[in-house]
Every structure is written in structure tokens, then in C-alpha cells.
Design a protein around this ligand. Structure first.
Ligand SMILES: Cc1cc2nc3c(=O)[nH]c(=O)nc-3n(C[C@H](O)[C@H](O)[C@H](O)COP(=O)(O)O)c2cc1C
Length: 214
């Protein structure tokens, strides 16, 4: 059977105008909460695709974890010198997609992003397990390395450099990006490919919402 024969029906619950909050970030928070309730045991509900583009407009995409969501936007943490970090510093526009297959839902977000303040970065970094914090020091994310042994050796060196779990500082090249959305789309899969889609766009601080064709 070829890929073209793979086909599912999306029997999602209807998404109507009456279900939606006027503020799409509040609506996104509701959907994230619902996804947690239904799917947290089965999957990483905060895993999202993060798309960036370089100065020539050439896109790249990878998964990162949504770690904060509030009225300012959506935040993930990463190495600032990684490919995505370099691209976002050249071109701050970023697009995100969350997908929860079992409940037939997708959220798309796009807008410029800003770097998260150092005090917020430090607070999040401190909450990570000690070896993840050492790992952030060990990895020059996205740079080539000659072998697995080389990174494991670096990890051992970091164990000697930072023996105290409570005294591992945040690397200066590690931080967070907050996407400040100017577009948010909720997609609810429905039968016969007649999906429910709502797109909010922000202009001069005010959100407008339209239903889109599936
Ligand atoms: C489920 C999952 C979660 C991930 N979470 C993060 C994350 O929060 N931050 C991060 O920098 N990379 C994360 N990664 C790794 C990225 O996908 C990617 O490999 C890495 O950030 C390097 O990307 P870049 O070279 O495009 O910068 C995650 C990968 C997976 C599969």
C-alpha cells in the first residue's frame, strides 16, 4: 500500500464561533490545557515545530518544547548560537505549529520574536535537572563534532568544573525566544475534509478573526 492510500477520517468535535475567546492567546491556552488533560500521558503535548528563515529567506524547521505561554506570546528555550538562534538574530520572524493528532487539532502561530530577559532565562535554566544544565554547557548546538566519545568527554570535564548541582550558571549563549504573534490559526479536523479553521490577525494591537475555508 502506497502512502497515497493512507487516509483517516477526522471526527473532531465541531469548532464554532461561539466556542472561541476573542483573545486568541487565551484560546490557545485553553486548547493547550485540553490537550494536556487528554493526551499528557500519551505524548509530549508541548512539542511544536519551530520554523525560522535565514537572511535570504531560506526556511528551516525543527521541534522544540513550548515552555511558557502568556499574554505576551509563546516561549521556547535553546542555544542562541544554534542554527535557529543565528537565523532568528538575522531574521526575527518565526512560525510555530502544534499538532495533536488524536484530537484532530492543529495550532499555527507566527510573528516576530524577542529574546527572553536574562532573569527569566536564569529562572527556567535553574529549574532543569543538573545534568541537562551541564549538557547545555557541553553542547555547541548545531556545530559538528568528531564523535559521541568527544561530547561524553566534555560532559565529564563539566562534571569536574561544576561539581555542585546548585552552582551551575546559565551559559551566556543559552536563552529563550518569545514569539509575539501577529497571526494565530486554530484548525479542528472534521469529517469529509470540511475542517473548521479560524484565523486571527493582529494589527495595531487589535485582533480580527475570520473563518477560513478548509
Ligand atoms: C520532542 C523534541 C523536543 C525538543 N526540544 C527542544 C528544545 O526545547 N530546545 C532546543 O533547542 N531543541 C529541542 N529539540 C532539538 C531540536 O529539534 C533541534 O535538533 C536542535 O534544537 C537543533 O536545531 P537547529 O540546528 O536547527 O538550531 C527537541 C527535539 C525534539 C524531537
Amino acid at each position: 500500500m502506497g502512502l497515497a492510500d493512507l487516509r483517516r477520517s477526522y471526527d473532531g468535535t465541531p469548532l464554532t464561533e461561539a466556542d472561541l475567546h476573542d483573545d486568541p492567546l487565551v484560546q490557545v491556552a485553553r486548547w493547550v490545557a485540553e490537550a494536556r488533560d487528554e493526551l499528557e500521558k500519551a505524548t509530549e503535548v508541548n512539542a511544536m515545530a519551530v520554523a525560522t528563515a535565514d537572511a535570504q529567506g531560506r526556511p528551516s524547521v525543527r521541534i522544540a518544547l513550548l515552555k511558557d505561554l502568556d499574554e505576551r506570546g509563546l516561549t521556547f528555550f535553546t542555544n542562541l548560537d544554534s542554527r535557529k538562534g543565528r537565523e532568528l538574530r538575522e531574521n526575527p520572524y518565526c512560525a510555530l505549529a502544534l499538532h495533536w493528532q488524536p484530537i484532530y487539532r492543529q495550532i499555527r502561530v507566527s510573528g516576530p520574536c524577542v529574546e527572553v530577559d536574562r532573569d527569566e532565562v536564569d529562572a527556567y535554566f535553574a529549574s532543569r535537572p543538573a545534568d541537562s544544565r551541564r549538557g547545555a554547557w557541553a553542547s555547541e548546538q548545531s556545530a559538528p563534532i568528531e564523535s559521541r566519545e568527544a561530547i561524553e568527554r566534555r560532559m565529564e570535564e563539566l562534571g569536574a568544573r561544576f561539581p555542585d548541582d546548585d552552582a551551575i550558571p546559565t551559559p551566556t549563549n543559552w536563552g529563550g525566544f518569545r514569539v509575539e504573534p501577529d497571526e494565530i490559526e486554530l484548525w479542528q479536523g472534521r469529517p469529509d475534509r470540511l475542517h473548521d479553521r479560524f484565523l486571527w490577525t493582529r494589527e495595531d494591537g487589535a485582533w480580527t478573526r475570520r473563518r477560513l475555508q478548509p
